[in-house]
Design a binder for this molecule. Sequence first.
Ligand code: T46
Length: 137
Amino acid sequence: LVKNSGWVELPQISDERDGVLNIMEVGKNIPFDIKRVYYINHLENCVSERGKHAHKALEQVIFCINGSFVLTLDDGEKQQDILMNRSNQGVILGVNLWHTMHDFSSGCVLLVVASDVYRESDYIRDYDEFKQYVENS
Ligand code: T46
């Protein structure tokens, strides 16, 4: 994976009953204290791209808990496309990482855990500004 990223694998527990239990636990598979959780749903027939920004201090782990989408990461030097289609595999979105989510399947649901509350001042939403920021940090 590109810089400031990484994989997270959640343990899954299944037994004779229907259903699979997937577990996120701070310190075990989530590498920061979680202050916020959000999810994105209703992506049916969706042709738009989401994301297209980087964070200065916020750390997050992004999951696709249903369906699939493509996550494009850009650390300022390298770019990588990741097909997100396993509900227990998350990707760490560290700082200074331009990320775009696209090609959502119908029924796709994204779940994100974040190290801090929402602050618009933590976002870099302009790509040229992002490149400049990465070069200077
Ligand atoms: C990210 C990716 C993976 C809030 O007011 N509170 C919140 O907690 C969030 C996440 C968003 N907002 C507001 C900010 C915007 O006015 O909701 C609006 C839409 O947010 P945004 O365009 O940033 O949404 P996405 O899907 O492009 O990005 C989101 C997160 O914002 C972002 O941090 O890393 O998911």
